[in-house]
Design a protein around this ligand. Structure first.
Ligand SMILES: [Zn+2]
Length: 415
């Protein structure tokens, strides 16, 4: 049986983490000089693992191990090396380093592979200064448009120009679209508390949730907080408050059905004019709902439509907006790859749990053009996007070994 070198995997993650804004660990923003420094380091590590690195026309860093049979197809292991400001060392980096560890384990066997292996650092997975996330994987799926290229960062630079700085060739962007991937794998820290709290080694991801954001606004009549009797008020915040309670109770009821992950959050309320002694004129809430089931999401939207009209009527105000701000479909992980990953986890003696990803990932885009899958590993306290983010070396080794084993199983069952 072949296994990854867990120690080398760990040392790669820690070493890459050292390439950070020194006064703001751990920060390596996409498109920054530090990001390029991190990539230069990764490129070197790819070469040492026997991979041939290149930058594709969308700015993805791809380390390739050419197979002996071109018809045997390409297997991808990838994630991202950019971070959020003051983020952690594992979000993204764990998946890229695990890919290099898998390649290292395969090359160290001394036998040529039939299939081609691509270890990918997808460009700019985190929301970038262009207001766009998953730039590289979006392009791999053929979803990065000419309009996206005109987006500008706060310094006025276009995404097109920034891509050139990353070694990409935006004029030939369509060449980055992948049609050759037979299977794609991504190792990622869970970024939530489930695996750690249940003492489970790996999560096998069923789907990456779709995210729907709705804006709901109520309008009433502004008035004096001291002189307007309670019976004569048209206070839109009362309707909003009623609705927020309904959102939480409805989402909890949906989640309790056990038909898949369902969460909803109101994290933004705007009350105008917003003074302690004034009855508000308008109240606006933004709902962020996430589900792996499109049917449940549509049912939720319809429930909120009715609930918001009820709440407006009860408070004697108008519902002046019910608007979809953004809406993405859930991305399903490939069922065959999921089964292989489950078999691999069992064969290696790791406990596993099927679970949805409540956060977005590069594999959501890759799943549009290839069978895609994800393996989650526990992270301390479920914390992520913070310098305290932490995953145990054994957890990283376990996740990488499950992917390595699944790749070998995949090629056995393919012939
Ligand atoms: Zn990530």
């Amino acid at each position: 049986m072949i296994e990854v070198d867990g120690r080398a995997l760990w040392e790669d993650i820690i070493a890459l983490g050292e390439i950070t804004e020194t006064d703001k660990p751990y920060t390596r923003r996409s498109f920054s000089p530090l990001f390029l420094e991190g990539r230069a380091w990764l490129t070197q590590r790819m070469k040492e693992a026997g991979l041939t690195p290149r930058i594709d026309t969308a700015g993805n860093l791809i380390g390739r191990l050419e197979g002996t049979h071109p018809a045997a197809g390409v297997i991808v292991v990838g994630s991202h090396s950019d971070s959020v400001p003051s983020g952690g060392r594992f979000d993204g980096m764990a998946g890229v380093a695990a890919g290099i560890a898998v390649a290292r384990a395969l090359t160290s066997r001394g036998r040529a592979l039939e299939f081609t292996l691509d270890i990918i650092d997808f460009l700019a997975e985190e929301p970038s200064e262009f207001g766009l996330s998953c730039i590289g994987s979006r392009a791999s799926a053929g979803c990065l448009t000419a309009e996206h290229l005109t987006l500008r960062n706060p310094h006025g630079e276009t995404l097109e120009t920034a891509l050139v700085r990353m070694g990409a060739d935006p004029a030939r962007l369509n060449q980055a679209r992948r049609t050759d991937i037979e299977a794609a794998f991504e190792l990622h820290i869970e970024q939530g508390p489930v695996l750690e709290s249940e003492g489970i080694d790996v999560g096998i991801v069923t789907a990456i949730v779709g995210i729907t954001r709705l804006e709901i606004e109520f309008t009433g009549t502004a008035g004096h907080a001291g002189t307007t009797p309670m019976t004569l008020r048209r206070d839109p915040l009362i309707a909003a408050a009623e609705l927020i309670g309904r959102i939480s109770r409805t989402a909890a009821a949906f989640a309790a059905r056990r038909c898949g992950h369902f969460v909803a959050t109101v994290g933004s309320i705007e009350v105008l004019p917003g003074a302690a002694n004034v009855i508000p004129k308008t109240a606006r809430v933004v709902v962020d709902a996430r589900s792996e089931s499109r049917a449940m999401m549509e049912e939720f939207r319809a429930a909120l439509d009715a609930a918001s009209l009820d709440a407006a009527a009860a408070a004697n105000v108008e519902r002046t907006a019910f608007k979809t701000l953004s809406d993405t479909l859930p991305a399903l992980c490939d069922s065959r790859l999921r089964r292989l990953l489950e078999e691999s986890a069992a064969a290696l003696g790791y406990s596993a749990k099927a679970m949805a990803s409540g956060a977005g990932h590069d594999m959501a885009f890759i799943s549009r053009v290839a069978p895609a899958s994800m393996v989650f590993i526990p992270c301390k306290g479920g914390r992520s996007h913070t310098p305290e983010e932490w995953a145990r070396p054994e957890a990283l080794t376990a996740g990488a070994n499950v992917i390595l084993d699944a790749i070998l199983r995949f090629k056995q069952t393919a012939v």
